[in-house]
Design a protein. Structure first.
Length: 385
């Protein structure tokens, strides 16, 4: 009897908070101010005034059939058991739609995707999705949950994926768990350690999720400290995919490089390249292979392309300086350069014959601590595996 009481006491302290593993919503971090009470039943959390059972279902370690963990060909993942994998993504705000687009663009074969727009950002200026979705037109949490239920039931989701830390995130999580559907949280594990509404939502959604998809290693550590019961996977920050990824911008216009355009093109397969053409090399770009070719751009449009690129390949003195000012690594396809100051940090020379190797090195330098632009692929590999 004493041993049983001891075990129950240990379970209670694990949920309410202990010195070794403090509960992020307990006395160690704001207690009731953060939306959770400290005196809750073992195996539950105080969630908006109610004791809610913790999700303790552990998922089996992910092993995608026939796919190595480092395999980049995630677009052709075999569906589980030969059946299409049904995924419902719940969104409702402009930032969520920004993060949604790379997921939609990267959706692999064998996945049936339904996007449910709660209507949280109901103004067309704030919530224009730009992707096919079902708009529920609801702005309040309870209404969102009520509306989501029938759609999730009809969809028969293998996964319900929620993103971020807003009301739509919480609504999707509550609706999924009410129906006992597997729940995945993208941007899981983030903590600001302050009693904000977003922090309460992050903690609640994380600890009711079957799968936490973390953008940073710190987020993974946060969940481990909180003794999260489900599966934790680092995938990187989906915003890197949305804003930059591994894109390469190429502009070549100098006369001495006209004969080298075919050689430059031969170095680019395997890279995500956008080439802004010049009238003098338009004919040479008639068969660009995997390279996307754009006509000459306005200054504003060219700067936007630079900002969304990871590396810039150019023979232009002006473009190389603009890219360097934007903090982008530059590969300069010419021998001489009139700004030696930039060679010390941002600008590196490249010849057509070694451009591929130089690009790989530059892309590694361009990576941020938040990811490498391959987050969407990792998310689908986990969900579809």
């Amino acid at each position: 009897m004493g041993r049983r009481a001891s075990r129950e006491g240990q379970a209670g302290s694990r949920v309410a908070g202990s010195s070794r593993h403090p509960d992020p919503g307990g006395a160690g971090r704001g207690g009731a101010q953060a939306g959770f009470a400290t005196g809750v039943r073992p195996g539950s959390r105080r969630f908006y005034g109610a004791d809610v059972p913790l999700c303790d279902r552990r998922l089996a370690p992910h092993k995608a059939a026939g796919v190595d963990a480092e395999d980049e060909d995630w677009r052709h993942l075999p569906p589980r058991g030969g059946q299409a994998v049904n995924v419902a993504i719940v969104v409702g705000t402009r930032p969520q739609f920004v993060k949604l687009r790379p997921l939609v663009a990267a959706k692999p074969e064998g996945v049936s995707l339904t996007v449910l727009h709660t209507g949280q950002h109901y103004s067309p200026e704030m919530g224009e999705p730009g992707v096919e979705c079902i708009n529920l037109g609801q702005h309040h949490l309870g209404e969102m949950v009520d509306k989501l239920g029938p759609f999730l039931t009809t969809h028969g989701a293998d996964w319900v994926l929620v993103i971020g830390d807003c009301r739509s995130t919480l609504a999707g999580a509550l609706a999924a768990k009410e129906l006992n559907l597997p729940l995945a949280h993208l941007e899981a594990g983030l903590r600001c350690h302050a009693p904000t509404r977003e922090e309460r939502i992050r903690i609640a959604v994380d600890h009711h999720s079957d799968l936490c998809l973390c953008p940073t290693r710190t987020a993974v550590d946060n969940l481990e400290r909180e003794r999260y019961a489900g599966r934790v996977t680092w995938v990187g920050d989906i915003l890197v995919d949305a804003l930059q990824g591994q894109r390469v911008l190429c502009t070549i216009h100098r006369e001495e490089n006209d004969p080298h355009v075919p050689a430059i093109l031969s170095q680019l397969p395997g890279f995500d390249v956008t080439w802004v053409s010049h009238p003098r090399n338009a004919a040479a770009l008639a068969e660009p292979g995997s390279v996307r070719v754009l006509p000459p751009q306005t200054q504003d449009d060219l700067l936007l392309l630079m900002a969304r690129s990871a590396v810039v390949v150019t023979d232009s003195g002006g473009v190389s300086r603009e890219a360097a000012l934007l903090g982008k690594p530059v590969l300069l396809v010419r021998d001489s350069y009139e700004f030696p100051e930039l060679r010390e940090s941002d600008v590196d020379s490249a010849r057509p014959a070694n451009l591929g190797n130089k690009l790989w090195s530059a892309l590694k330098r361009a990576q941020t601590p938040l990811g490498d632009g391959k987050t969407a692929g990792r998310v689908w590999e986990v969900l579809a595996g």
